[in-house]
Every structure is written in structure tokens, then in C-alpha cells.
Design a protein around this ligand. Sequence first.
Ligand code: AGP
Length: 611
Amino acid sequence: MCGIVGYVGPERAEPILVEGLSRLEYRGYDSAGIATLDGTKSYVRRAAGKLAQLRARLQAEPCPGSVGIGHTRWATHGRPSEGNAHPHTSNGVTVVHNGIIENHRELRDELRRDGRLFTSETDTEIFAHLIAVARAQGADLLQAIRAATSCVRGAYALAVIDEATPGAIGFAKLASPLVVGLGEGESFLASDVPAVLSHTRRFIFLEDGDVGVVRAEGAQLFDGKTGRSVERAHRTITWSAVMAEKGGHKHFMHKEIHEQPRAITDTLRGRILLDDGKVALDGIDEAQLKGVERVLITACGTSWHAALVGKYLVEKLAHVSCDVELASELRYREPVVTAGTLVVAISQSGETADTLAALKECRRLGACVLCICNVVDAAIPRACEGSVGTLYTRAGPEIGVASTKAFTTQLVALHLLAIGLGQARGALTTTTARSEMEALARLPLEMERCLAHEADTVKLAQQHMGARDMLYLGRGHTFPIALEGALKLKEISYIHAEGYAAGEMKHGPIALIDEHMPVIVLALRGPGYEKVLSNLEEVRARGGRVIAVGTEDDAELSQHAEAVLRIPAAHPHTTPALAVIPLQLFAYHVADLRGTDVDQPRNLAKSVTVE
Ligand code: AGP
């Protein structure tokens, strides 16, 4: 999730662009750059690392001109480096881009065959070349942007300056956010409102398929496909700067819970090939999956819960034995691994010390290694280089300490891996693979439906915010979701909570049940449903208060529980990613009502880089 800022007006662009980028710093990034246009000459400055590096660069070599675009990069294609930092240039055309281009390899090959030289590993550079080619063929800037966007598949928020089009910034938007800021005799472009909120409060929120040009006097908008002019409402934003950073949400955690449908769409982008009945696991050496005899997944915390769901998926779809082990345990007991063992490390940050050490130890002992990670080129992906590789989750920066969108994107990445492994091992038919992929493709919309039930979780949070302890029960592939629900509640609300396998109740925890300990039961129609209902009745028989998580079509469930949180009925393999949403929302609202520091809970850190 990169940040974009653009300026055109009477002022020098450079300081406005750098200030705009500094307003996006809270989101985290790995490199930054700007490009300006002074008359018909463009200037580009880029630097890896923090904005201070770019500032130092600009002090030595300032950029003149009153038109410009800037970018902070969160790497998705190609490692974080100055060469991969935006802007990217081709024949006087300079671009910054946020999003993912799915067919960038094919386009790159075609452009190379036509003699275009690439200087970065990014998918973005495609845009600079495609627009430059169209310009050379006589298209104006707007036509060239339309020609380029008609060739690409994927998501983009794009800003372009062109030496042959002074005084203007071209743009295009599809599935990545982009706004136009309207000032007095000056205009702005931004991926996020906070980038330019100190200059204007009047915005046009662009819609998918919009293309156009901003000049000092305002913006012209067109439909990218038809080329017809379009009108968009002007909105005045009253958010404070702090609210704007959170996109109008009270906390980053709440924003990130609501970002999940979009994050999942990005995780899936270009990876499910329904026509071929195959998954495309970019970053993974798929040939190595063929020889896998055993899978061992390792992780910590929430990522470990994702691993537990992964075990179900891998064993079911790839028919290969799969163990899951906490990284802090695995690293200290000489594990038995062989060249046929695929060790999968899962980490949002890619820096967790225990996960990194466990992975390195397994690699040293001869296992082949792969990781699922959200941060490009972090220590854990680097430790997988030269082995099977890395499957990136593409959730975008996660700022709340409590992991939400990273978790559900990990579930999706594991599902893709299980399908790929099943196909590589010949254990999965194309028909089954296709039905798994179709289930994944439905997930973003199903998640939207879960989020639409948020009011129920608020009501429940009001009733239970005073609880001292809570129990979460699940079975089969929802047992890890019970663990995750309990972890979410304890880490942000400081209420003691335990996740348990529902079948284990009678072996001890049932002694705890009374009216003071609410029990959340994951009672989803599908495998194990009847058994969960029996466990639920065991709780009720002891005077326990039951809150069930059930499917929208299960009217009967209300007779078995004091309250029911609803999710849509879905494929059993994608149900965990849906069932966790009401639990994330419940934990969030309980914590908010109790007034805790939701985004930075006490004693916790986002990356645990020490033992
Ligand atoms: C979850 O909400 C926590 N922030 C924590 O358990 C986290 O998942 C764990 O520390 C692992 O982090 P990683 O995914 O970055 O490796």
C-alpha cells in the first residue's frame, strides 16, 4: 500500500510533495521519491529508506518546478531499493503508482521485444513505457493513459507527468484509492486525504475507471473505457488530521478490520487462474512442491493460529502430513526434518525473532523452506531465498498491534498454497481446485456481509464489557478461530479469555462454567455442527451464558443461545476467515468501551524482534 501525492499550482512543488509524503509516514514504507516538471524538463529524486534520506538527497540536488508527483513505497514487486523506488521514467514520461499489475510479466516481455529497456524490477515501470509508447505514436497524455490502462489487468492509482504536457498531471484509478484536492488556483492528487489536508478540505473521491488530468485551475474527469466526460461530487472533509490518517475510523484496528475485503482481493490478485483450473504462486518455486513428503508450519501468536487452519487445508487438499509448531518451541528442540520436509514460516512482520530462528534451524538441518509474509524483503523472506521462496500476503501496512487483516490474508495465502501443493503432488483434481478457487473468489463479498452485521457486535460488547473471563469454543477448522478470538479479546481489552477445542470441554474447563463466564461458541453449519451443538448444550445445562457464531440461514440456532452473531453460509474452507470477523469486532468494541489503548495495548509491540 503505497502513498501518492501530486501538486500543480503557483508554488514550488518540491516542499509541498515532501510535506505530503511526511503526512503518510505513519503507514510505514521502504523508500520514497518525487518528480517535478519545470516547464518541459522533468527532475526525479529517489531514495531507499526513510524520508530523511530523500530530504538529504533533495538538499544536495533540489527539484525546480511547480508541478510534481511523489510516492512512498511499500514493496510488492521487487525488493526495497533506490532502483525500485518510484517515480519511474520512460522518454519524458514519469509515473508513480499504487496497486498491483497482474499481467506485468507478459507486458514486460512484449515491451522488451520492442526494444524498451527496463531499469527496475517493479510492475509500475510498465506504465511509464506503455504511456511513452502511446505518446510517441501521437496520443495526447489522456489518450496515452487510456491506452495504457486498457492493456493492464490489476489495480492501480496512477499519477503521471509528461515533459510534453507542461502544467498538468494525468491520473487513472482502479481498485486503489485516489482523490483530487481542489485549492484556490492550485490542485492536488493523493492516495490518502491526510497527505494534502493542510492545503485543502475540498475533495473529489475518484471512482474505479476514472481517468483525467489535473491543472492548477481544476480537474477534468473521464470514463477510462468510453472517453466520455464524467462529473463527480465535490466533498468537504471535516475530519481532523488524526482522524484522516485513520480514514475516518476511530482506531487503526477498526480501519484494518474493515479493509479485509480489499486486502483479500489483493492477496488473490493474479493468483487464481479459473480458466486453467490452477493457482499461480508468484515468488514460489512451484517445481519444488512436487517432492514434498511432509509439511511443518511454524509461527507465533496470531500467525500460529493461521498455521493451525493451514494444517486442515494442507492435509485435506494436498493429502500430505502437516504438523504445526510454535516457533519458540521448535527452535530449541532438534526437529527431525529431511529434504522432503517443507517448512513454512508465517509472519506478518517477517522479523519475529523466534520464527526466523526456527526457520533457519530447519534450513540448516536440510529442510526446504518457504514463508508467508506481509513485508517484502524482511528477514524471514530473505532467509527463504534460494529455497522455495516467499508467498506475500499483500495486506498492506498493518499498524494496529492486534493483527486482523494480516491474519485473514494469511489464511487465504495458506489456502492458495494448499491448492498448489495438492496440484503439484497430483492429489487434487482440477474440478476440486476450481471449486476451492471459486470459494476464495467469493470471500471478499462474503466478508462485506460479515462487516454489515457490526451493530450486533456493538450491542453484545455493551452487555459483556464488564466480564472478567470469557471462553471461546470451536471445533475442527474453527478451533483455531476460537483461539484467535480469545487472543484478540485479551490483548486489547485485558479481559482474561481462553480458546478451547469444544470437545475438550468435558475434560476440565467445564468446571469453570457459571453465569459469570460468557462462552462464545463457533456453531457453524457444516462438518462437526451437531457435535458443537451438543457441546453448547453442555454449557447451557451448567447455567453458562452462550453467544453463538452461526450462519445467516440457521434460524434454529437462536433457540440454543442467548445471542447469535451471524456470518454468511460459505464453503467450509473459507469459513474460518469469515468467522473471525465478528470476533475481531466484538474484541474491538469491548476494548473501545473499556477505554483501553486499542492500537497500542500495554506491554505489546508490533514486531517481536527479541526472544
Ligand atoms: C497478534 O494480534 C499479535 N500482534 C501477535 O500475536 C503476532 O501475531 C505475533 O507476534 C507474530 O507476529 P508476526 O506475524 O509478525 O510474526
